[in-house]
Design a binder for this molecule. Sequence first.
Ligand code: PDD
Length: 288
Amino acid sequence: MGRIVYCDGRFVPEEEARISIFDRGFLFGDAIYEVTAVIGGGMIDNDLHLDRFERSLAALSIPMPVPRAELEGIQAELMARNDLSEGTIYLQVSRGVADRDFLYPEGLAPTFIAFTQARKLADTPAQRNGIAVDLAKDVRWARCDIKTSMLLGQVLIKHQARARGYNDAWMVSDGLITEGSSSTAFIITGDGRVLTRPNSQSTLPGCTRMAVLRLCAGHGLQFEERAFSPAEAQSAVEAFVTSASSFVTPVVKIGEVVIGNGRPGPLTSRLQAYYLEAALDPEAAASS
Ligand code: PDD
């Protein structure tokens, strides 16, 4: 049996969900999205994801399709109807339907769709063994802080990385790493500092990134928000990526260079464990 998805106000079997060919999300990528992880039947960092969802909509002057409380209700309903205990919930809002024109008419009703994807998120082979990332020119637009569905840059970069024998890619702009193709990039320096780039318009402000930095602070780990070059990344003692769908995943090779001994490092493994612990039991983690 297929999934039950949400499409413009209705829960329907996935085969019955329809949107117009004139939807601006389809024609222009004029849409934003959000991805929340579900584990143990609970959503992780969902407040952070919904805050960013609201910020992305505001950046494009698209109104909230439904009030926030209703949004959370739709997520819960999708989880329940699809019996989702581990996987992701995807939300997407486009500006709406209008005859094709770069200029959009005012007052369009946004198109709102949502669906679940059941998949294993914790203790994956990538998390256990680490991944190899290629280095690729960041070919995206200048507002990477908005979580738009316009993802062709990342689609091409990820495919190229796969074709070159890597699991993924870290993107490079002006001689500095921006981020992973769908994740935030972190390295650990020789003196044990967790390093990631500060938020700006050059990267997506990751919700998992924020959760991990809070965990560093809570567990007394040194961290710094500073941009770093591919050469600095390649001389790091450990590296990892974070995202809603990969949690904390070790990076064991960057370009041609093996990081450390080619196995996930100890600090990365600790952060992985802290993150999972907090995801499975947020209240206990907050009080520990
Ligand atoms: N992507 N940077 C980019 C470019 C991303 O696409 C993502 C997430 C992140 C990490 O953000 P967060 O920790 O909030 O998931 C960083 C999601 C998972 C996706 O597109 O499927």
